[in-house]
Write a protein that binds this ligand. Structure first.
Ligand SMILES: [Zn+2]
Ligand SMILES: [Zn+2]
Ligand SMILES: [Zn+2]
Length: 239
């Protein structure tokens, strides 16, 4: 956190240096990003990403959409518009927050995107199967995603039973766990651990971590087998 003197924000461990939460999902032929955070530009530069086929949005909070403008680099090199998948709530926010992208007479060089709806139905992006999962962030609907045996859920504090069924059977889950203390719209660490146990997912990584959670190395030691804190730049291989 900016200006914070706490032990996490001043830690020398690179795994305590956390940018905003986002993932890239890759197959041999297809690359997708889930959310474009305020750090999106740096995240793409840091990993040297050369190709992006689509963006999926979870929900319209600023820490998940603010980086959308930098999609234009991919428009430029790929010479095509970017497919952007979002629910109606997020599409409305994008049109407001990035109004210049949606005007009739566009300034040259601005992002070129094609908005696509997300419903309950599974769909394909290239060769990657996408199953939307509806979760709750206090009262805001958020979309989690299952890609084959891998599930990504951020910014949730409640999941309805019917949606849990869509997660069961995953080999790996990345799930939000903000801090140890209770929070109004995010799972805390204990709630996230309980959910992984309930869903019986063998491998879990916790993300969307606040500096209030504590040091990466210390918290990792306290976690049950199969569960770890995620860290920036982490590469997870799944079937
Ligand atoms: Zn801090
Ligand atoms: Zn949020
Ligand atoms: Zn968030």
């Amino acid at each position: 956190m900016i200006a914070c003197p706490c032990e996490v924000c001043t830690s020398a461990d690179p795994k305590d240096k956390r940018l905003r939460s986002s993932i890239m999902v890759e197959s041999d032929t297809t690359s997708i990003v889930v959310d474009t955070t305020p750090d999106f530009r740096y995240q793409m530069l840091r990993l040297g990403i050369k190709k992006l086929d689509a963006v999926l949005f979870t929900h319209p909070h600023k820490d998940h959409i603010a980086g959308l403008d930098d999609i234009r680099a991919f428009n430029y090199f790929q010479e095509m518009p970017m497919d952007v998948y979002a629910n109606e709530l997020t599409q409305t926010a994008l049109k407001k927050e990035f109004s210049y992208i949606f005007t009739e007479h566009k300034y040259p060089g601005i992002p070129d995107i094609i908005l696509k709806d997300i419903s309950d139905e599974p769909f394909l992006i290239g060769d990657i199967p996408v199953q939307p999962i509806h979760v709750w962030h206090l009262k805001m609907p958020v979309i989690g995603f299952r890609f084959g045996s891998f599930t990504y859920i951020t910014d949730a504090n409640k999941i309805d039973e019917a949606e849990k069924e869509k997660i069961k059977g995953s080999e790996t889950i990345v799930l939000n766990a903000l801090r140890k203390n209770k929070h109004i719209s995010h799972f805390n660490l204990a709630e996230a651990v309980d959910l992984v146990n309930e869903l019986q997912i063998p491998k879990a990584y916790f993300t969307h971590i606040s500096h209030q959670l504590g040091l990466h190395a210390q918290i990792n030691e306290e976690l049950p087998a199969g569960m770890q804190l995620a860290f920036d730049g982490q590469h997870i291989v799944t079937k």
